[in-house]
Design a protein around this ligand. Sequence first.
Ligand SMILES: NC(=O)c1ccc[n+]([C@@H]2O[C@H](COP(=O)([O-])OP(=O)(O)OC[C@H]3O[C@@H](n4cnc5c(N)ncnc54)[C@H](OP(=O)(O)O)[C@@H]3O)[C@@H](O)[C@H]2O)c1
Length: 326
Amino acid sequence: MRAAVCRQFGPPESIAVEDSYPAPDLSDVDSVRVRVAAAAVNFPDVLFMANQYQMTIPVPFIPGSEFAGVITEVGDGVAGLAPGDRVMGTTMVGAFAEEIVVAARSLSRIPDGVGAPAAAAFGVAHRTAYHALRTIAEAAAGERLVVLGAGGGVGLAAVQLGAVLGLDVTAVASSDEKLAVAASCGAARGLNHKTADVRKALKEALPGGTDIVIDPVGGDLAEPALRSLRWAGRFVTLGYASGAIPKIPLNLVMLKGCQVRGFQIRDLVANVPELVRRDEAELRELLAAGKVTPHIGASFTLGEAAAALRHVADGKAIGKVVISVG
Ligand SMILES: NC(=O)c1ccc[n+]([C@@H]2O[C@H](COP(=O)([O-])OP(=O)(O)OC[C@H]3O[C@@H](n4cnc5c(N)ncnc54)[C@H](OP(=O)(O)O)[C@@H]3O)[C@@H](O)[C@H]2O)c1
């Protein structure tokens, strides 16, 4: 099968598209084979390739953790899914290929009317952002939300979902282009951290403080964002796309009576399965009803996998980056 393969750790350019990579085995009875139509690119794909993620995937491997396509084969133990079904799913790696074999439980049907690119782009970022807002921050309509990295995958999903949940959203990003997209996704205001003093600008924009901060970026922006919380606000740390894990003075947490929480999406099913089920059912309804559609800022072919990964690695992605495979 055709696949984009990482045979040695390195930058995005170390990926190579191969025409005869062996198709994965369907030996597990609970597995399903999917003919991939589209896959989405995530920041961790870049980190896996550079061997800079929390865990190492041995080479050779096929990056890609989000995909949508059509089932071509199911294991003997699979019920409720059949060849021909349109499905979307998430995995650790393997999506930048014509075929993928995954556990049936990691798949869900694509709602009618939703195309493969949107379905592929609706996995990790929206699930992470929704769980952060709904379950971790317990966001309530009318509250104020500050989103860092608001033009990126997780950030823009948080902007969209925050607006849908009735929050007053302040988007923080590095360019006016990203802020314009965030505005079109429901942000009430935008703040360009390249041209403004974030701490001062947040204080001016939200004099009473914000209720919630969603932070997938870390680095130098985390502390001024945490300082913008009102008393008893909630700060959710989700990732460190800036490359720097911030060190926050703990006295700020005491003085603000605030909560600082975080999670990794892959740990949730094992720890809070019922909350995951609830969040995913609600999210699916939002997608099926057309209330939330992932913003696809750039599309590439499988042959352009390196360029797609480079786009994400350089922080240029606006919303989701999708690779069409089929
Ligand atoms: N906790 C979880 O379960 C979970 C789930 C998904 C993702 N994540 C993590 O969340 C982070 C963001 O993921 P994402 O999919 O939103 O990524 P993304 O689409 O690439 O967006 C990341 C944002 O980070 C900012 N950034 C600052 N410095 C950057 C740099 N040197 N390189 C790239 N981006 C930079 C950019 O915003 P500016 O415009 O402000 O510069 C960019 O829009 C990643 O660290 C990822 O691993 C965590």
